[in-house]
Design a protein around this ligand. Structure first.
Ligand SMILES: [Zn+2]
Length: 198
């Protein structure tokens, strides 16, 4: 590949390494490449944030106001790709699902009976704690499930690094249930329903 402006090899980033002009995305480029990241599951949230802010700042429309039409068009395409990449990669669940899709592995299989039983039990405990207005118990459940989330994410990273996408898919399923549970548990304690006094 050569730079459209100077004809030199532009490098892998959004801007030509020789002349600094914005470049079209390479064919087959993915969300990781859009942010200049290696394709792996275990990435620090701060690293994704830092890459995103950096490239987003360089692609800001204000910087292209006086540039040529093709450069404005390319910068817009690049900025859109960078936003999509950021939205997908910053969320560990979406990042894992995206990596499975890149591997051609469907992420929507059946949950195992063990997983369903485990989640059901946690849900029942959560519902009981919520209706009792027991904020401490909700906090405990949330902390317990957060630890499960951390463990699952470590296991997903190991599965991807060991090139075991089927194993990763099963773990992603688990992560999805965990995410949903934490979402439900994140609301404030519901007010107890008062029976109207007659
Ligand atoms: Zn160039």
């Amino acid at each position: 590949m050569t730079c459209w402006s100077c004809g030199k090899p532009p490098g892998a980033g959004a801007f030509c390494e020789a002349c600094g002009k914005v470049q079209p995305a390479a064919p087959g480029s993915d969300h990781f490449a859009a942010l200049g990241l290696e394709r792996r599951f275990a990435i620090e949230a701060a690293e994704i944030e830092r890459r995103y802010r950096n490239v987003q700042r360089r692609l800001h429309p204000d910087r292209f106001v006086t540039k040529s039409v093709p450069e404005r068009r390319l910068s817009l395409q690049r900025a859109t790709a960078v936003n999509d990449a950021y939205r997908t990669l910053k969320d560990p669940l979406k990042r894992a699902e995206y990596m499975l899709a890149l591997e051609g592995m469907p992420a929507d299989g059946e949950a195992s009976p063990d997983l369903l039983a485990e989640i059901l039990e946690l849900r029942e405990e959560l519902d009981a704690a919520k209706s009792a207005g027991d904020a401490a118990r909700i906090g405990e459940l949330r902390a317990h499930v957060r630890r499960q989330q951390d463990d699952t994410m470590s296991a997903i990273a190991r599965a991807f690094e060991g090139s075991a996408p089927a194993q990763a898919a099963a773990l992603v399923h688990r992560l999805r249930f965990i995410a949903r549970f934490l979402e439900d548990a994140s609301g404030t304690v519901e007010a107890r329903v008062q029976c109207p006094r007659s």
